[in-house]
Design a protein around this ligand. Structure first.
Ligand code: NAG
Ligand code: NAG
Ligand code: NAG
Ligand code: NAG
Ligand code: NAG
Ligand code: NAG
Ligand code: NAG
Length: 270
């Protein structure tokens, strides 16, 4: 009876958590759907110079033994997919969204191109997402990133993203690091970002951002690094930055800033 009761509670908890599309996927998926998702990814890799996937991602062994894959100890579902630094060329298939237990996804430093399928918005357990150093040329940052509300780290360096930073990123209320360096982002930093009180690092160097640094940054009580080097930010550095007591570094060089630098600031590289 007790066991049934806790199962019931678990079921209700899951139902609440997966109230939108992941409800469907979590209820109907298992290790074999995880395998299908990874094999779809493998099929979308057109160049694998080190034969990493060919030799290792074999349908005859459990996906939990594949290199780059981690499974949960308890439920044996894929929790991490890390295929960084492999010089892979390819695209991301929509099936990659069918990994409902994934919490770490890194494809850092490869040559992935094409689009980022909307189905990735189903990865509601993601805490760590790193797409940096790939070739997603001329894409905008999809607004569905804002629905991955468990994200702690979001790293999108040098992907040649263009357009503006979506307001929806302000919904990432657990975000600690937001790294968007060396893209082609324009417009101003959306006001919603100034709401994220968990933020520790904000780095948007080497873009085309304009606008000013607003005064309402007081929610950033945990901010340690604030870096906007090489943009087109105008106006003054607000003295409220001096209230960010955790701040260890600021890099605001190569912008169009003017005015005073306050003695309350700790480390300044202008
Ligand atoms: C894949 O590589 C890992 C680590 O190198 C190894 O432990 C595993 O046995 C390999 N799996 C297959 C199917 O070759
Ligand atoms: C990836 O390619 C670069 C040059 O294209 C090469 O220097 C490097 O060794 C390659 N890395 C791997 C893991 O194959
Ligand atoms: C990406 O990886 C290659 C080797 O695979 C390395 O030469 C290059 O410096 C790396 N780039 C970055 C930005 O890490
Ligand atoms: C995020 O926040 C915006 C308002 O900033 C809201 O309109 C939107 O529905 C929220 N959810 C997602 C998934 O973006
Ligand atoms: C900041 O968050 C509050 C509530 O948490 C919300 O009412 C407000 O609209 C948010 N501001 C922005 C600019 O997203
Ligand atoms: C700071 O957080 C409060 C809620 O804690 C919110 O009402 C307010 O809008 C936030 N400030 C900014 C600048 O978003
Ligand atoms: C910000 O810092 C100033 C100067 O140290 C102080 O007078 C003010 O009360 C602080 N504001 C907040 C909201 O902490």
């Amino acid at each position: 009876m007790e066991k049934y009761r806790s199962l019931c509670i678990l079921f209700i908890a899951l139902t609440v958590q997966f109230s939108t599309f992941s409800y469907v996927s979590a209820k109907r998926t298992n290790i074999f759907t995880d395998q299908q998702a990874l094999l779809a990814l493998k099929a979308h890799i057109t160049h694998d110079p080190t034969n990493f996937l060919d030799s290792n991602w074999s349908a005859s062994t459990s996906i939990c033994e594949w290199s780059g894959i981690t499974c949960g100890a308890r439920h044996h579902r894929v929790t991490a997919l890390d295929i960084s630094y492999l010089n892979l060329t390819g695209t991301i298939p929509p099936q990659l969204g069918n990994l409902p237990f994934l919490s770490i996804l890194s494809i850092r430093n490869n040559s992935f191109h094409g689009t980022l399928p909307d189905e990735l918005a189903q990865l509601r357990r993601l805490e760590y997402l790193d797409f940096s150093f790939n070739n997603f040329i001329n894409l905008e940052i999809p607004s569905w990133f804002g629905s991955l509300t468990k994200l702690r780290i979001l790293s999108l360096n040098e992907i040649t993203f263009s357009g503006t930073i979506p307001q929806s990123l302000g919904n990432l209320s657990s975000l600690q690091e937001l790294i968007l360096d060396y893209n082609e982002l324009s417009g101003s930093i959306p006001t919603s970002i100034f709401n994220i009180s968990s933020l520790q690092t904000l780095s948007i160097n080497g873009n085309q951002l304009s606008g000013v640094i607003p005064k309402n940054i007081l929610n950033w009580t945990r901010l340690q690094m604030f870096s906007l080097y090489q943009n087109k930010i105008q106006g003054a550095i607000p003295k409220e930055i001096g209230n960010l007591t955790q701040l260890k570094g600021m890099h605001f060089g190569y912008n169009q800033l003017q005015g005073m630098i306050y003695s309350t600031l700790i480390t300044v590289a202008v």
